[in-house]
Design a protein around this ligand. Structure first.
Ligand SMILES: [Zn+2]
Length: 111
């Protein structure tokens, strides 16, 4: 699968990190009911067909993208940049790069 980043052009999907459904941007507001948080954090649809997902261009420009695609055919219909302020809680954007913990502690300074 190849994704066309609006900033970098068409790239192999291995340059991108999949972050889940676009619903992640619909963060409950302050004071939202526990049920709203439960739904936001734990409940996801898993449709076969057309979806809109978040992808992070980790090996490229570090932009967040909303990719509208078909999970069955892998056809991509649209790719657009996700602005940092789009989320109601403002919790995601180019400055919020996900951190991965290293698999093991590297032997620093040793060769
Ligand atoms: Zn890019």
């Amino acid at each position: 699968m190849r994704i066309t980043c609006p900033l970098c052009g068409t790239r192999d999907r291995r340059e991108f990190t999949y972050y889940g459904a676009r619903d992640y941007l619909d963060r409950p507001g302050e004071g939202a009911a526990p049920e709203a948080w439960d739904s936001y954090l734990h409940l996801r649809d898993n449709p076969a067909g057309r979806t809109e997902d978040l992808w992070y261009h980790e090996q490229g420009c570090a932009a967040w993208l909303a990719v509208e695609r078909d999970t069955v055919t892998h056809e991509i219909f649209a790719v657009r940049l996700v602005a940092g302020g789009e989320a109601s809680g403002g919790s995601i954007g180019p400055k919020k790069k996900p951190r991965r913990k290293p698999a093991g502690k590297a032997a620093e300074g040793q060769a």
